[in-house]
Ligand binder design. Structure first.
Ligand code: PEP
Ligand code: MG
Length: 537
């Protein structure tokens, strides 16, 4: 290992690969914003450019197929969104040219979508579309022109869906300096089995043509590394027909519910309802909500469906809730705290869900996000039980409620741990800040020990404990969760099958043994290493 240099990041996938660095330069700069000299021609020019980008997206989608094709279809809807066009038209009326008007409209729209990671990626998609429309209007070429032969390790800041659709068979690995575990690059690489290391801050140091090992299991890139340096990859082989605990899917839209239904998911462990309302300027009526929920419930995979009431806040504003600015939005009025100002909307969600439950006959559970006290849990449960025949529970995302699980006996039917927020609050580390990724990995011992306490307290109190944060989408970590005593996990749809396979590859006794090893570690690296070694051996 003497001449080798190690760059750390966040690994995506279970296999490693060696190849030659191929750096993707940022695209040529777009022209600065400018006023128009011919106002009448701008709207037709904008419509033509949008039409042409839509055609490109359709062609890219057809070429890429699978998950990418679905992403492109969704992007075309975003691209042609009526509200977005109205904003652009208003900018043209103020004298701006077509490209500037669309760019400004996307910026305004992006602000509405807020900064939650789930939505931040939609904002990134929109910005990419904006770039494409502007490039079209000014004749700039955005294609990557990748070679079709060789063993390339693509290196760049991050890759948009349109970029990933241009990956040729020569792309054997990917390294990005930005983009987290839920970015498009990660999702696409995971679904196509391309090993990747994202959030690799030192990726810029890599030189074109040099040989590198992409070692996702080790969360690192080794310059000059060989396959023998790779952290052991585990290939899970199912030995049981069923996973040792239930594996459910996370969803946010009808399309997600349909995708989840084609996986091994046993129902839905987290339906993020706020995703339906991100651009709504007025509150949807009970009839509208009932119709939407009924469609989603009907499409969802067989099994229980855990629906979360709206989780909006200053960091993911829902326009019709008219929420003000806050100094520290993550610590502000978000999630269940909206009950003070917006009780009627939360009630309308529960009323609509009950109607949708009755019309579809599905087993609907409801839960509230961002609960901090036993009293809040009791209030929500009383409210929900008074409205519908649901199982009722809460999310465990704050350290304060994590300390009180035993006292929820007789109040909640279940709890679901949101490890994304629980990590953020446990470590006082903003989940939006890519510089803090090492504090936010689920392998941190303080998180693992907190999860163990939650699972133990849930067991003693007779409350079932699920986990629906991103940590449950990591098949190896899902084994640790099962061993800690968690009774279900809920993963993103793309990860459900791999998580189910991992949880079918061993018995509960082995999972407990592995969880105990993780519990004895005092660093994230050690916890991950000891678990991987035990599962590989
Ligand atoms: C979580 O916090 O882990 C969670 C699942 O909720 P969200 O990511 O939507 O905040
Ligand atoms: Mg959360």
């Amino acid at each position: 290992m003497s001449n080798q240099k190690v760059l750390s990041g966040l690994g995506v996938g279970l296999n490693s690969v060696v190849g030659q660095v191929f750096k993707v330069a940022p695209h040529a700069g777009l022209p600065p914003r400018a006023k128009s000299n011919d106002a009448d021609s701008e709207m037709p020019a904008l419509r033509a450019a949008i039409g042409s980008v839509a055609t490109d997206l359709a062609a890219l989608g057809e070429r890429a197929g699978g998950t990418s094709a679905e992403i492109f279809e969704a992007l075309t809807y975003l691209l042609e969104d009526e509200e977005l066009l109205e904003l652009a038209e208003a900018n043209i009326a103020e004298g701006w040219n077509a490209g500037s008007s669309y760019a400004m409209a996307v910026d305004e729209f992006g602000e509405l979508l807020g900064s939650d990671p789930t939505f931040a990626e939609r904002v990134a998609d929109l910005q990419d579309l904006s770039k494409r429309v502007q490039a079209k209007l000014s004749g700039i070429e955005l294609s990557l022109n990748l070679p079709s032969e060789g063993s390339l390790i693509l290196v760049g800041e991050d890759f948009s869906p349109a970029d990933t659709a241009q990956f040729t068979p020569a792309v054997k690995g990917v390294i990005t300096s930005k983009g987290g575990p839920t970015s498009h690059t990660s999702i696409i690489c995971r679904s196509r089995n391309i090993p990747a290391v994202v959030s690799c801050a030192a990726a810029d140091e890599l030189e074109n043509g040099e040989s590198v090992l992409v070692d996702p299991v080790g969360d690192r890139v080794i310059i000059g590394g060989t396959v023998s340096d790779a952290t052991a990859a585990i290939s899970f082989v199912a030995i049981n027909e069923e996973p040792i605990i239930a594996v459910r899917s996370n969803i946010g839209t009808l399309a997600d519910a349909e995708t989840a239904a084609s996986t091994l998911a046993d129902g839905v462990g987290l339906f993020r309802t706020e995703l339906l309302y991100l651009s709504e300027r007025s509150a949807p009526s009970i009839e509208q909500q009932t119709e939407q929920y009924a469609k989603i419930l009907a499409a969802a995979p067989a099994g229980p469906i855990v629906v979360r009431t709206i989780d909006a806040g200053s960091d993911k504003p829902v326009p019709f809730l008219n929420m003000g600015e806050e100094e520290n939005p993550a610590l502000g009025v978000r999630g269940y705290r909206l009950i003070v100002e917006h009780r009627s909307f939360i009630e309308s969600q529960l009323v609509s869900l009950e109607a949708a439950r009755q019309s579809t006959g599905r087993d609907v559970w409801v839960m509230a996000p961002m609960i901090a006290t036993v009293q809040e849990a009791a209030d929500f449960c009383a409210l929900a039980k008074g409205i519908g025949k649901f199982k009722v529970g809460i999310m465990v995302e704050t350290p304060s409620i994590a300390a009180m699980i035993g006292d929820l006996k007789g109040i909640v039917d279940f709890v679901s741990v949101g490890t994304n927020d629980l990590s953020q609050y446990l470590f006082a580390a903003d989940r939006m800040n890519p510089a803090l990724g090492t504090l936010l990995t689920p392998w941190q011992p303080a998180l693992i020990r907190t999860l163990a306490r939650i699972a133990d307290a849930g067991k003693s109190a007779g409350i079932s404990v699920g986990v629906c944060g991103e940590s449950a989408s990591d098949p190896t970590f899902a084994i640790v969760l099962a061993g800690l005593g968690v009774s279900s996990v809920s993963a993103s749809a793309s990860q459900v099958d791999v998580v189910a396979k991992a949880l079918s590859s061993l018995d509960l006794a082995k999972a407990k043994e592995v969880a105990n090893l993780a519990l004895s570690a005092t660093s994230a690296e050690a916890a991950k290493a000891v678990v991987l070694a035990a599962l590989a051996g």
